[in-house]
Write a protein that binds this ligand. Structure first.
Ligand SMILES: [Zn+2]
Length: 334
């Protein structure tokens, strides 16, 4: 039986249920906790977060993957409290949203160091909580190309994925060929990677979406709800109907078994205002109704929100005995 790491411990794959694959309890750049402009009292942040998670639960949502990397507001003890209070499984990640949002402390570290760091958070736990990461986050820094640091992080993530069986989730899939080449060099099959934000308004490329899907990778339509019609919409937003049509074209090509959907929303953003009114619940309240109107059936929703997330999130057996020995040695050292 497969298992998935959540902040309250491993659960059986069958217990994941409806899963939002790319969300945030609260994301911000390193130092965001010291911000004064957008800072909220802990009880205010808790209040809005609990409300959104409870509504997610009412919609049938069961698992919330928090894609906030190290130093970006990830707070596992807080996640544990939220999970206990709401009954929503929360999966935390190791890794970094992108090189340019990593804490300076980690920026000059080697591939080997970063690999060990990711393995530690998956096999031993995060921040001494014992809560183990369920996925590895990597991403592309601003500019549209993987930076040298991004590449180091991707390579380390690939090695840690092979050694632990955890999947990789990317922030952006621009410059996909470079990312795929790194995963390929390291021997990581692309079905262990969710190439995220294919629907990001700044980096659309349907040929690239096809390439990822044809290679067996997962294509993330996971900035759903950043609609340019909304007040204060950030630069990566796009017209609501454009995104719906983009997604329908992807489904029409027969890629329902390669697609994952999510909203990339913040329950309570840190150090920036977030997008007012946007939450994970946009999926149930706006996006699925749009798809229903276009004739998409409930069995497709079940595949997108239950079966596909279960496939990628289930921890795989470590690929080789040699790598497993190294992992064991790491575990002993800790
Ligand atoms: Zn995100």
């Amino acid at each position: 039986m497969g298992k998935v790491n959540t902040v309250l411990g491993p659960i059986a794959t069958e217990d994941l249920g409806i899963t939002a694959m790319h969300e945030h309890i609260g994301f911000g750049l390193p130092g965001c906790d010291l911000d004064t402009q957008w800072w909220k009292k802990p009880e205010e942040a808790f209040d809005v977060t609990i409300q959104k998670l409870r509504r997610f639960r009412e919609h049938g949502g069961k698992t919330f993957v928090d894609c906030t990397g190290i130093g970006n507001g990830r707070d596992v003890e807080y996640f544990q409290v939220l999970s206990r209070r709401t009954g929503v499984n929360i999966v935390a990640v190791t890794g970094f949203v992108a090189g340019d949002s990593a804490l300076p402390y980690f920026r000059n570290q080697s591939v080997e160091y970063l690999t060990d760091l990711f393995i530690h958070e998956i096999m031993v736990g995060i921040d001494g909580t014992g809560a183990k990461a369920g996925a590895i986050k990597v991403g592309v820094s601003r500019g549209g190309k993987l930076s040298e640091l991004d590449k180091r992080i991707y390579r380390a993530a690939a090695r840690a994925a092979l050694k632990t069986g955890a999947p990789i989730i990317t922030h952006l899939c621009v410059d996909a060929e470079t990312a795929i080449a790194i995963f390929d060099e390291e021997g990581l099959p692309l079905d262990r990677v969710l190439m995220g934000h294919a629907d990001d308004g700044g980096y659309l490329d349907e040929e690239r979406d096809n390439l990822i899907a044809n290679l067996g990778g997962w294509v993330g339509f996971d900035t759903i709800g950043y609609d340019s019609e909304m007040e204060g919409a950030p630069y990566w937003s796009r017209p609501r109907q454009d995104r719906v049509e983009h997604f329908l074209r992807f489904l029409a090509k027969g890629y329902v078994d390669r697609a994952l959907i999510s909203a990339d929303a913040n329950c309570c953003a840190l150090g920036w205002p977030g997008l007012k009114g946007h939450s994970v619940n946009y999926l149930f309240e706006e996006f699925l109704p749009d798809l229903r109107k276009a004739g998409v059936g409930e069995e497709v929703f079940e595949q997108l929100l239950v079966h596909n997330p279960a496939k990628i999130l289930t921890m795989q057996e470590p690929r080789s005995f040699e790598s497993f020995e190294k992992t064991e040695a790491l575990l002993k050292r800790n």
